[in-house]
Design a protein around this ligand. Structure first.
Ligand SMILES: Cc1cc2nc3c(=O)[nH]c(=O)nc-3n(C[C@H](O)[C@H](O)[C@H](O)COP(=O)(O)OP(=O)(O)OC[C@H]3O[C@@H](n4cnc5c(N)ncnc54)[C@H](O)[C@@H]3O)c2cc1C
Ligand code: SF4
Length: 525
């Protein structure tokens, strides 16, 4: 076998386990369904590759996958670096109270702490420098004061490379104000110039994405990362180890192939890992002994966004890192069930024009027109007075993922989420009430989405669970070390193993769990 370990997916779980295992001398292969994105490829124009389509990935294998189920939609990234490409860079520890129930006894905040610290160090995580507060951070701080929670305002830790000498006087220079740096792993990055495009790819590479740190280090140590490889099945081998089947997505076709290894680490994300294992258990039946808990205990992490209108205030949601601060209701309150953040939105029109302006093939007259349009977009930005209040909370984590035919006429089995909001509704209502209060007290008008008020529909970018950790196969799919019950050498190491809502942005917790799993695998060798 040319590889000791096959890692499925290259997000937080996949990048971190592949890096650590390769560094420990394992020969690692990473199979990632999405593309390798460069700073000139990020989607900007309407005709660009925005969408990952699970129905036809050989044709549409773009930036974002949006899965829609009754009452819940889930947004996910696709690409080498997984969710780090699309995420808002918030890298925070989970509050202690999230570990109070549902986790195996080995996993506590104290147990994860050294791994939290290691992810922070490796991903160069820090707060926005004090001379670079965004207009939304100022609004957040004022709003916290206005509701009597001024001491709960805090800047968030972000996986972003900042330049302490940058000031807002340099904003008109745009990307040109970014400085070239080399990070601790040896990858070239730029410094953040507050372009606000974090969720659609940072054109100056100021985001500390996994392809620039953990995966970069993994490849430098010899790991092989194959893009556009969609894993379809996993089967145990008689002699030990596993065969991993995949479709290579090439030229609009699916080209089947397979590789074998003694160890397989599944890290395809909450939905991806759960769907793959459900297919292995219930469709191909190559892993028939997987736990009956597979698919249970899924959480949306209590995410909610309320836009608010400010007629007299420039909130500028497209300026600066997408999220940068929080009102931390968890601190010193074990009964708190949510916290509040400042959301942000990329200015797609401005990003598109910036790409066109930077294109050397754009002619002189077109460039003049683009520059005029850029001024217009900047000055008359229709989003200027919009504050996207954001929040995460401790929901009931009681969703259930299964495979189901869409209809009698279409018998193909697809991933399906049964989501009943009833046990989580109190947390969401409390978030909405706080968003309304924060808006009211600062002169804004909260526009609670009718999708919630009328239909109780939610959207989450933070799916968690599906292959939950437990003590044994009757309580979970994997143990505290990511080992799949009943299948030695098979692991899950991503957001799918998180058994409860973490109530904050989850990537650092997923990263800490992955660091711990990799350390335990290496220690057992
Ligand atoms: C818009 C947005 C903003 C976000 N902002 C933040 C934030 O600021 N902070 C934060 O902590 N979290 C944020 N998140 C959430 C964060 O991205 C996820 O929690 C995190 O990426 C999950 O890590 P993971 O390892 O579980 O899975 P992922 O990072 O999703 O990685 C899974 C990988 O597996 C690949 N894959 C899936 N199926 C297969 C298959 N069958 N074969 C091969 N490869 C496969 C996927 O393409 C993907 O690359 C955000 C998410 C979104 C969508
Ligand atoms: S704000 Fe702009 S420059 Fe800074 S990290 Fe986000 S996209 Fe990059």
């Amino acid at each position: 076998m040319p590889f000791d370990v096959i890692v499925v997916g290259s997000g937080f779980g996949g990048a971190i386990t592949s890096c650590r295992l390769q560094q420990k001398g394992y020969r690692v292969l990473v199979l990632e369904r999405g593309r390798r994105w460069g700073k000139r490829d990020f989607p900007r124009s309407p005709e660009d590759a925005w969408i990952w389509d699970p129905e036809a990935p050989e044709e549409r294998n773009g930036w974002l996958e949006l899965r829609t189920f009754p009452h819940m939609s889930v947004a996910m990234g696709a690409g080498v670096g997984g969710g780090s490409l699309i995420y808002a860079n918030v890298s925070v520890e989970a509050p202690r109270q999230c570990f109070a129930k549902g986790w195996p006894p080995e996993i506590t905040y104290e147990e994860l702490k050294p791994h939290y610290d290691e992810v922070k160090r490796f991903m160069n995580v820090r707060e926005v420098p004090d001379n670079q507060w965004t207009p939304r951070m100022r609004l957040m701080s004022e709003a916290a004061e206005a509701v009597g929670a001024g001491d709960r305002f805090r800047k968030l830790e972000l996986a972003v490379t900042f330049d302490d000498s940058f000031t807002y006087d340099e904003l008109p220079k745009g990307a040109a104000a970014s400085k070239l740096t080399v990070n601790a792993q040896g990858a070239e990055q730029g410094t953040c110039v507050h372009l606000g495009n974090c969720d659609i790819g940072c054109e100056v590479l100021a985001k500390n994405t996994l392809d620039l740190n953990y995966l970069f280090a993994a490849e430098r140590s010899g790991a092989v990362v194959r893009e556009l490889h969609l894993v379809t099945n996993i089967e145990p081998l008689a002699a030990g180890g596993y065969r991993v089947d995949f479709d290579r997505l090439a030229g609009g076709e699916r080209v089947p192939g397979s590789e074998t290894a003694a160890l397989v680490v599944i890290a395809a994300g909450s939905l991806g890992s759960t769907e793959l294992l459900l297919r292995c258990r219930d469709v191909t039946r190559t892993l028939p002994g997987l736990s009956p808990r597979l698919g249970l205990g899924w959480s949306s992490n209590g995410d909610f966004l309320t836009p608010a209108l400010y007629a007299l205030r420039g909130v500028e949601p497209s300026r600066g890192p997408t999220i940068a601060s929080a009102i931390d209701f968890y601190r010193d309150d074990p009964d708190a069930t949510f916290w509040i953040q400042d959301g942000g939105l990329p200015n797609l029109a401005a990003a598109y024009l910036a790409r066109k302006a930077a294109d050397p093939t754009t002619g002189f007259e077109a460039r003049m027109l683009i520059e005029a349009l850029q001024r217009l977009v900047r000055d008359g930005d229709s989003l200027r007075g919009v504050m996207p209040w954001f929040a995460q909370g401790l929901d009931a984590a009681d969703g259930r993922l299964t495979l189901k035919p869409r209809s009698a006429s279409d018998p193909r089995l697809r991933l399906f989420l049964e989501w009943d909001v009833r046990k989580s509704a109190e947390t969401i209502r409390a978030i909405v009430a706080m968003h309304e209060r924060l808006s009211r007290r600062t002169g804004g008008l909260a526009l609670v989405p009718p999708t919630w008020t009328l239909f109780k529909d939610l959207v989450t970018p933070h799916p968690l669970g599906g292959c939950n950790m437990g003590r044994d196969a009757s309580t979970g799919v994997v143990d505290h070390a990511g080992r799949v019950f009943g299948y030695p050498g098979l692991y899950v190491a991503d957001g799918a193993i998180v058994p409860e809502a973490v109530g904050v942005n989850p990537s650092r917790t997923i990263g800490a769990l992955a660091e711990r799993i990799a350390a335990l695998i290496a220690a057992r060798r």
